[in-house]
Design a protein around this ligand. Structure first.
Ligand SMILES: NC(=O)C1=CN([C@@H]2O[C@H](COP(=O)(O)OP(=O)(O)OC[C@H]3O[C@@H](n4cnc5c(N)ncnc54)[C@H](O)[C@@H]3O)[C@@H](O)[C@H]2O)C=CC1
Ligand SMILES: CC(=O)[C@H](N)C(=O)O
Length: 381
């Protein structure tokens, strides 16, 4: 039977503190029986030399379509640039099934990868000596309901590939979950980390599945699985990703471009939200947190909660002429009505020091600054 060897606690601490000045050492490993999937070759591993792992080598299956926009402000906010700044350009490899614009190529490596292709994923991990895998690829809530079979493939079968590869190669694995992993029978105001989770979307079901499978692999095989449940994420460059929280991004673009916004959720629909920079920082902080500070492997994180009406009022403080109308999308509304209104993230704050920077006024100001400057640049070009 193939054997996977996990690092001792001391070794993990050294990995977690790449800048700690540790001398290159060869680390003792303990062995755990491992057979989540039949592999065609011996998946045993040699002991790890930390001279090779001063920086994690990160594979990111791309987050937010904005990374693929040609927007000039993208460089300040993109996920991959955030990670590349932190870990070094060549240490962060991006992958997606879609062709990226040139600035993605210029800033560091990009690789085509379909997460449904297990062998190809494995080859990328082996050839590039990947140590951390950040797995974002997924179909979101509204688009998932429109194509359940594809959502099941990408979000569940794809996740199985990722889990097996991470376990076989001793990777630290991050998978985002979401407020959508809760459902109408969960407490909604606030929603704690541990409570009933019976979502009514394929997206939510797939995310509960990811949380449980990741935690199972952690306990069964020693996989270093880490997961944050994100609220709706707001960023200036995002294209609609097929989510229920998309309105909170679209309002800024429409407000700047046309002065009008038609909202597809009711004015009093309250949902937890977060600015992208807080989201990316939370992710890196959780990935870097010493393992013994993590009392759980899946945490809620939050920054703010607001309704469309409250968001519109805040935008109108900057753009008083903005006209907002409502034309409700029944599918999205039903989803939103089953999701948390407020998210209790006290465990993340207590365990590894999570703290958000952006509240609603700062979010609005920042979004309007970015989108306004982008549209001024577009007009002069
Ligand atoms: N955007 C948000 O508000 C939130 C996002 N999340 C999570 O963050 C992650 C990323 O979300 P977004 O970037 O907003 O979604 P997105 O829809 O903008 O991007 C998803 C990416 O997955 C890629 N993809 C689809 N099928 C693939 C396949 N077979 N192989 C490889 N790549 C494939 C797409 O090309 C796309 O670039 C998801 O796991 C989502 O659940 C969680 C909560 C909130
Ligand atoms: C909150 C999410 O997970 C996403 N933005 C969606 O609305 O589907």
């Amino acid at each position: 039977m193939p054997v996977i060897r996990t690092l001792s606690k001391v070794a993990k601490q050294a990995l977690l503190n790449p800048g700690c000045g540790c001398q290159p050492i060869t680390v003792a490993v303990r062995t755990i029986s491992f057979s989540p999937r039949q592999v065609t070759s011996d998946a045993s591993f040699h002991s790890v030399s930390f001279s090779e792992t001063d920086h994690p080598k990160v594979l990111i299956t791309v987050f937010r379509r904005e990374c693929f926009s040609s927007s000039s402000s993208c460089v300040f906010k993109c996920n991959f640039l955030f990670h590349r700044k932190r870990f070094g350009n060549k240490n962060v490899i991006l992958s997606d099934i879609r062709k990226p614009p040139s600035h993605v190529f210029y800033s560091g490596p990009f690789i085509y990868s379909d997460i449904l292709d297990y062998k190809n994923l494995r080859e990328i991990v082996v050839n590039n000596r990947i140590t951390w895998l950040v797995h974002y690829s997924a179909l979101l809530s509204a688009v998932g309901e429109a194509n359940v079979s594809l959502a099941r493939d990408v979000n569940i079968t794809g996740l199985h590939n990722i889990l097996d590869i991470a376990a076989e190669h001793g990777l630290r694995l991050f998978v985002p979950s979401t407020i959508g992993a809760f459902g109408p029978t969960s407490p909604r105001n606030p929603t704690p980390d541990l409570c009933v989770q019976r979502p009514r979307t394929i997206y939510g079901v797939s995310k509960v599945h990811a949380e449980l499978m990741g935690e199972y692999y952690h306990h069964r095989y020693g996989l270093d699985f880490r997961c944050l449940r994100y609220p709706g994420i707001i960023s200036a460059d995002s294209q609609p990703g097929g989510g229920t929280t998309d309105y909170a991004v679209a309002i800024f673009h429409d407000a700047v471009k046309t002065g009008k916004f038609e909202c597809n959720l009711k004015p009093d629909t309250r949902l937890p939200m977060m600015y992208i920079e807080d989201c990316l920082r939370a992710t890196v902080e959780m990935m870097e947190a010493p393992a013994d500070t993590l009392s759980m492997r899946t945490y809620n994180i939050n920054a703010m909660s607001f309704t469309p009406e409250e968001l519109a009022q805040e935008v109108q403080k900057q753009l008083p002429d903005l006209e907002v109308t409502y034309d409700i999308d029944q599918v999205r509304q039903a989803i939103a009505d089953s999701w948390p209104m407020n998210f209790d993230d006290s465990n993340a704050r207590n365990d590894w020091g999570w703290k958000h920077d952006y509240d609603l006024p700062e979010l609005v100001q920042t979004m309007l600054n970015y989108i306004g400057s982008d549209s001024r640049i577009a007009q002069t070009n």
